[in-house]
Design a protein around this ligand. Structure first.
Ligand code: FMN
Length: 191
């Protein structure tokens, strides 16, 4: 199974990365894992130039890491998005990556994009409040549609500024359960 995971926090080694690492450890079989940490890749913001409308499958920005990420988005079986919320929304680096997939959105024929499952891990520093992750849900609603994704779980870690992700037993239990679900799916794919 091919897995594409995006770590969207601007801080390495903090709650988002810890929760993502914990989740990845639950996935047992040997998979092809492509892990992108937004702090270690280069992704320019979308120029909104519409080049990809007339040049199907191409982006005018050719010299950053989206070139490789586009390929992974087309071929992966599981997409994992792990991100904190900043002002209740996706932080700018991962949002840039999401916006750049406009190139795939603009494809007239999206049949090259493999059907995939999606897992979301949301992290918020404040205690849970209504709509803490609503903007993330709204963004991913469209993302899922055109990337041919089916969301199989969205695990939320709130209050991380006081209670670290790895101290959140309920969150970890949910991630472990979701890991089991992924293991079952992987077994299906491989058989
Ligand atoms: C610019 C900024 C804005 C933030 N806005 C929110 C917010 O709106 N809601 C919230 O619950 N936490 C907010 N936080 C807190 C982060 O979500 C929290 O610190 C989280 O643990 C960050 O992820 P990390 O630990 O992986 O770096 C904000 C943090 C920053 C830096």
């Amino acid at each position: 199974m091919e897995i594409l995971a995006v770590m969207g926090s601007h801080r390495n080694g903090h709650n988002t990365q810890k929760a993502l690492d914990f989740f990845l450890k639950q996935i047992k079989a040997d998979h092809e894992l492509y892990l992108y940490n937004v702090n270690k890749i280069s992704v320019e913001p979308c120029k909104a130039c519409d080049y990809c409308v007339d040049h199907q499958g191409e982006c005018i920005i050719e010299d950053d890491d989206m070139r490789e990420i586009y390929k992974r988005l087309e071929t992966c079986d599981l997409l994992i998005i792990a991100s904190p919320v900043y002002f209740s929304a996706f932080p700018s680096k991962i949002k840039a990556l999401i916006d750049r997939t406009q190139m795939l959105y603009n494809l007239k024929d999206r049949s090259i994009i493999k059907k995939k499952k999606m897992v979301v891990i949301g992290v918020g520093g404040a205690p849970h409040y209504p709509r803490q992750f609503q903007a993330v849900v709204n963004t991913l609603e469209w993302y899922q549609k055109y990337l041919n994704c089916e969301e199989i779980g969205f695990v939320q870690f709130s209050h991380t500024d006081e209670v670290g992700a790895l101290e959140n037993k309920d969150g970890l239990k949910k991630l472990a359960e979701l890991g089991e679900k992924v293991n079952a799916l992987a077994a299906d794919i491989e058989n």
